[in-house]
Design a protein around this ligand. Structure first.
Ligand SMILES: [Zn+2]
Length: 147
């Protein structure tokens, strides 16, 4: 089982980003040409058509790019394109590992010890009052008698 993201998936991921960028540019040019042709009604209809086409084309590219990027990042099974829970788990492993690692770091930071057994505390009975004190205590918590 590989923990690395394959080259193909990286390629798909970057392809998705490129598609999104193209879509964004295409979408943006719509406003640029609209501004340039503003007030020019000579071929309003064709300009409007071209603008609509680019606006929708740009949006479609943005959406497709986003999907492609997601598939690249999480894999075909991991992103739900292919229904295969076992493969999905494998493909998402770098992400779960990352998330798990971050949780572990946070717990380490907070000094929480997961899975480790709690330190065993030995109690010693005070000979005078019978109160249980931690082993190594110099004086009884209850009556103050020297242990
Ligand atoms: Zn005592």
């Amino acid at each position: 089982m590989t923990r690395e993201i394959s080259e193909q998936r990286k390629t798909v991921y970057y392809l998705g980003i490129v598609l999104m960028a193209l879509g964004g540019i295409l979408f943006a040019t719509t406003f640029v040409t609209f501004a340039m042709h503003f007030g020019d009604s000579s071929n309003f209809v064709s300009n409007a058509k071209s603008g609509m086409f680019r606006a929708f084309g740009g949006m479609a590219l943005l959406i497709i790019g986003g999907i492609v990027r997601g598939i690249g990042a999480r894999g075909l099974a991991g992103s739900g394109v292919v229904l295969d829970p076992e493969k999905a788990r494998q493909e998402l492993e770098p992400y779960s590992r990352m998330a798990g690692g971050m949780v572990k770091d946070a717990l380490d930071e907070a000094n929480v010890n997961l899975g480790g057994k709690p330190e065993k505390v030995v109690m010693v009975k005070c000979p005078a009052c019978g109160k249980l004190n931690e082993e190594g205590s110099k004086f009884c918590q209850e009556c103050g008698r020297k242990m």
